[in-house]
Design a protein around this ligand. Structure first.
Ligand code: SAM
Ligand code: SF4
Ligand code: SF4
Length: 335
């Protein structure tokens, strides 16, 4: 009976959401990320290869995909890729630092029919934002592009990583977002050595990195040390969402877990990670991952995406995911 139900689950399971990292290049240099620094990479997937991926996603009835990176708008063919995604019925949802967005890019997005975009904004204080994003002028670029995006009917979602440097400025950011009719979602700070390992060690593209320094975060100068201040801000966020119905995208339960995470980042939380059940991630070289930290389960350059999804490697990885006790399961993309 158990075997039957496992087979049934496997047969029924298909992705509903896909994360596509189109490049690991990026013009910024965020203190939390190792993908910055304007480096150019070769051998990234081509438009033709994306078209093949989109066909496979259409067969599964996938309706939306995040286009991330690195910075998606640094990629030359990004607009053709977004258009092709939409032509296959998949709504593209770019996640961007806003640095390369301007009047012309917005006109292209509008013409293609992109309906929403996530902009990473860490603070309304320009020096805090620019410090955390590693490049001066990055705050101003967001402030210039955001009203233009809204004016062109493109929905904006603000994404903010909670750090020591920005935590006190969060209530002001929420009020600002509400006034402008934009949603906001908060992301926990995860060790970049862990999260961006595949990039930081090029030879590791085909490996995972579950073996990282678990105390790195608490030693980091960006980790929130004053837990009382943090708890106060979290209570404000929860109050604004629950009672005042502010457009804060994180579920209340997730925000409550954030309070535990920042107090004890390695504490084992008693719920399971769900990645790989109905989502997958494709890196710029075609590697397909169910969990960003575990080895790829296949590569679209060699194997059909549908076969990768139902492969033995994918099933073994799902079993490892179910046993995983790490807390990046609290991240917005996984939650
Ligand atoms: C890796 S970036 C890629 C897209 C784009 N370059 C951007 O910054 O929006 C995606 C999101 O990850 C966030 N991020 C960066 N470093 C992080 C970290 N160490 N922990 C959690 N989120 C992080 C960024 O702020 C951004 O919102
Ligand atoms: S978080 Fe985004 S903007 Fe910052 S360095 Fe990483 S990829 Fe670039
Ligand atoms: S919690 Fe989930 S996303 Fe994080 S490492 Fe474990 S399986 Fe991967």
């Amino acid at each position: 009976m158990k075997l039957f139900s496992n087979l049934h689950n496997l047969w029924m399971r298909k992705p509903t959401f896909v994360n596509i990292d189109v490049t690991y290049s990026c013009p910024l240099n965020c203190i939390t990320c190792t993908r910055g620094g304007n480096i150019t990479y070769e051998n990234e997937l081509t438009l033709e290869e994306y078209v093949k991926i989109f066909r496979a996603l259409r067969d599964w009835n996938v309706h939306e995909a995040a286009f991330v990176g690195g910075e998606p708008f640094i990629k030359k063919e990004i607009f053709s890729i977004l258009k092709s995604s939409l032509d296959h019925g998949i709504h593209p949802k770019p996640v961007s630092n806003g640095f390369l967005i301007n009047k012309n890019t917005i006109a292209e997005l509008r013409q293609i029919g992109v309906k929403s975009i996530t902009l990473s904004l860490n603070s309304l204080n320009p020096s805090i934002h620019d410090l955390t994003r590693g490049r001066s002028g990055s705050y101003q670029k967001i402030m210039d592009s955001l009203p233009l995006l809204l004016k062109n009917g493109i929905e904006v979602i603000i994404m903010t990583v909670l750090l020591k440097q920005n935590i006190k400025t969060i209530p002001e950011l929420i009020e600002w977002a509400k006034k402008r009719g934009v949603q906001i979602q908060f992301q926990i700070f995860v060790s970049p050595e862990f999260m961006f390992y595949a990039y930081s060690n090029e030879s590791a593209f085909n490996q995972g990195n579950m073996d990282f320094d678990k105390d790195w975060l608490m030693k980091s100068p960006y980790w929130i040390q004053n837990i009382k201040d943090f708890q106060r801000v979290m209570d404000t966020i929860i109050f604004l969402k629950e009672t005042k119905k502010y457009p804060i995208n994180n579920p209340i339960k997730q925000l409550q877990y954030f309070k535990i995470y920042y107090q004890t980042p390695n504490k084992i939380l008693n719920f399971k990670c769900k990645v790989g059940n109905n989502n997958l991630s494709i890196d710029p070289y075609g590697n397909v991952r169910l969990c960003f930290a575990m080895p790829p389960v296949g590569n679209v350059r060699k194997t059909d995406l549908h076969d990768i999804w139902t492969s033995t490697e994918a099933e073994i990885t799902r079993r490892n995911i179910a046993k995983c006790t790490l807390n990046c399961k609290l991240m917005q993309c996984n939650y």
